[in-house]
Design a protein around this ligand. Sequence first.
Ligand code: NAI
Ligand code: NA
Length: 399
Amino acid sequence: MIIQPRTRGFICLTAHPDGALQSVKNQIEYVKSKGAIKNGPKKVLVIGASTGFGLSSRITAAFGSDAATVGVFFEKPASEGKMGTAGWYNSAAFEKEAQEAGLYAKSINGDAFSDDIKKQTIELIKKDLGQIDLVVYSLASPRRTHPKTGVAHSSVLKPIGNSYTNKTVDFHTGVVSDVTIAPVENEEDIPNTVAVMGGEDWKFWMEDLKAAGVLADGVQTVAYSYIGPELTFPIYRNGTIGQAKNDLEATVTVLNDLLKDLNGKSYVSVNKALVTQSSSAIPVVPLYISLLYKVMKAKGTHEGTIEQIQRLFADRLYTENGEVPLDEAGRIRVDDWEMAEDVQAEVDRLWKETTTENLSEISDIAGYRKEFFNLFGFEVDGIDYEKDANENVQVPSIE
Ligand code: NAI
Ligand code: NA
């Protein structure tokens, strides 16, 4: 079957397995090109391992320090005549490459928020690995069914207090327009968003893993956060999602306490704004990313998820002297190049000038679009999309 992209807004309904395989291979090559990460992790659990930062974390652990990896994700498998999701194909590709390299890799597909998937994961770790020394928490989801109460929480992306008006772009058409986003009205929106994207589920995972005795002495765990520039504060850091990120960041203290007797450590890493399935759903942010990419590419400081995570492992979590550099609030920062003053000043200047007419010239909207399609295995260099795709691809460890 010939597979073409089919989009609805910021969602792509199709995915290309051969493009996904090539993208995963490209990430692996990048990690290998940077050399081995000394003192890196050996047995790793990645929660949210199939796309974005989580996939890059799994690749960095495996191909940067020969780690055995267990990946948890929620994806749709390929079945008779029906395509799988991008994360399914990424995971199939990852496991294939890991196997060929002689690396242990197994995956669990299901709802990571549930007690049942936590239990299955723990059983697998007990059986195959004994104990793990790194847990990466990289879930991004619009909803969560709470495992204790059964309540289904949905997150919202809204400002708090006042409505927010700014520029936004439809990255398919390149039309720049003003968008006004009304503030939260329903008082449950904030706690619901915190319930989905805050730190509680990360805490539940770590508590269950510890209680089962599968955390090694000196275990580390890291979750991902975002801050970004003032221009997105109303919709991001000071909005509903920002409340969830505050909660996630506050969970670090709770987890440090939990892990103390294991000599374990918990971290939040603030990462750079990047094109992923999650970030493309946030208003205003795609235009900011398009300008940011333009500026950072010109300066030679642009990174994708794999460059970010390779740097997180090599220069933050697993430094040679064992020290993890933190900001004044105790967070790891790999958004340092994004937040550099000269970068932000240039983005600000361009932001004010951006119109539909000059968009393709002053922003990297073309790069944004290409990366968006790349997430689904499309527009990947070296793939012949006129050829039949290898559609019935399975994740080897999942029956
Ligand atoms: P993504 O959408 O690419 O990845 C989400 C992952 O979570 C996928 O593996 C998906 O299968 C998994 N997932 C979602 N719901 C699940 C469920 N119920 N059970 C099991 N797995 C589930 O997202 P991305 O962008 O990589 O986000 C990961 C983290 O990084 C998030 O905390 C996000 O806020 C953060 N971050 C993202 C930035 C960006 O610009 N994209 C910037 C900084 C931080
Ligand atoms: Na992820």
